[in-house]
Ligand binder design. Structure first.
Ligand code: GNR
Ligand code: NI
Length: 184
């Protein structure tokens, strides 16, 4: 047996940098995942760690610069009651007629919040971390967050659902903050 056969890969979770608007990656459509393999499972774990640290209750792969259809969420209230959801290729299969308004925020639109109207309930079909097809019926906060995350996979931010006046005001502020941080 060669020495190389004895080298085992040890995985360490990693924090990923979160992109903020305006950024062309956040406006791009993500590609479907071909297979839920170790690379995708590692991405899901790293995204969860990054989301918990932020802290946030959802995160989509484009927010960490990966244009693939992967999202994670956890609306659990405390560290002890964590309920991580890992999804590849999520698709909305049904929406309720009734709408809900929620004040949304986004880790890629830091420090800005706006009311967004979306269907109150949705059904979402996806592949879990083992590649098994699942479907959930989401309502309340989870329904809002899952729709917010699926929007990210289409290059859509919550500010795309508000008036152009408010959106442009927020984008100007974020751009100014970026330029100041870069020291230009
Ligand atoms: O942490 C988040 N909170 C939140 C609150 C209301 C509606 C949506 C969200 S998702 C957001 C994290 C994030 O940016 N996910 O893409
Ligand atoms: Ni977001």
């Amino acid at each position: 047996m060669s020495n190389d056969d004895m080298v085992m890969k040890v995985s360490v979770m990693a924090l990923l940098p979160i992109l903020t608007a305006p950024d062309p990656v956040l406006k791009s459509k993500a590609k479907r995942v071909e297979a839920v393999d170790d690379r995708i499972r590692t991405l899901m774990s790293d995204m969860l760690e990054t989301m918990y640290k932020a802290p946030g209750i959802g995160l989509a792969a484009p927010q960490v610069g990966v244009l693939e259809r992967v999202v994670v969420m956890d609306i659990g209230k405390t560290e002890e009651t964590r309920q991580p959801l890992r999804m590849a290729n999520p698709e909305i299969t049904w929406v309720s007629d009734q709408d809900n308004t929620y004040e949304e925020g986004c880790l890629s639109v830091p420090e800005h919040y706006s009311n967004v109207v979306r269907p109150a309930e949705v059904k979402v079909r996806y592949l879990d971390e083992t590649g098994t097809a699942k479907e959930i019926h989401a309502e309340g906060l989870l329904a809002t967050v899952v729709q917010h995350e699926l929007d990210h996979l289409e290059g859509i931010l919550f500010i795309d659902h508000i008036s152009a006046l408010k959106r442009n005001m927020i984008l100007r502020k974020l751009l100014k903050a970026k330029k100041e941080a870069a020291g230009s």
